[in-house]
Design a protein. Sequence first.
Length: 352
Amino acid sequence: MTTRKIKYLGCVAAVAVSGLGAAPPAAATARHVVLPGQSIQKAVDAARPGDTIVIAPGTYRESVLITKSGLTLRGAGSRTVITPPKSGAGNRCATAGNGMCVLGTDAKPVQGTTIRSLRLSGFKKNALWASRTDRLTVQGVIAEKNGQWGIAEERSTRSLFWGNIARDNAESGLFLSNTIDTEAGATDTRSTVVRYNLLQRNRIGITVRRLRNLTVANNSVTGNCNGVFVVGDEGRPQAGDMAIRRNSIYSNNKYCAKTARLPYIQGSGIVLTGAEDMLVEGNIIRGNEGKSTFSGGIVLYKSFVGAINQRNVIRDNLVLGNTTADLANRDTGTGNRFSGNVCEVSEPAGLC
């Protein structure tokens, strides 16, 4: 080795030892533990992106507001219970009547936050409400007996809802929308996934409103008035371009009275209104019984503003014992195709 090369390697070694020119170390992450009687919100306020907040078993009477990216909140499953505070005062999540809120802005969405393994119960409005988020993960959360939605989001992308239970909520167990306060065309969720959830005894198990590009798969939906409801309207782009596959949707026979926009609902499996380019595939849909406009196993119906369904594919589903029909196309849209389904009664005849 030449003298010049030896001197060069010596300089490189000296720089490495001193740290000069080396890549900066990754930011340290912290673990915050919250015990019964302590405040989850204080731990959230003290946390930095990348930190984990561990919530011990117990009951916590508060609403939690999260506006930071990269946090993980993890409870001990059903033993970690969050219920309404004694008064509605507090942060904006509490004053809105919600249990836990993940709220970003258009300019700065909350990114990469995870909520896991806890129970949210008895809130006036929603158990968990998210707005303007990206890559939100909600896993193993129980949302029960809330006045509006169980788990809900708007203006969000690339979310994952996995292995949650939403039951006995006044409206939808899971509610996903483009926006709730303005009229707009369907937005691209960039592959949001709703998978392996149990939706039970809500008004509607899963509502997907004015969205595109997402998957609803492997969920168990039972005891609601309506299992899965896809809502579109005259906005452009139109709702659709999503997959509903391999779900078990059965006995959604609860009665729900009519509203200002919808007739009464009972005995509905999957309902598509104003949707396009959907794939409804490989679902098991049984025993949904009723005489409503939307009653039946898989039902296509125009939206309440008259938007039609078009170019949807309904194939390879097991659809039996549903009334007034297993498959029902009660729409005037074109290009909707039914193939390979196992069923007995259809409207019009010949879809089975």
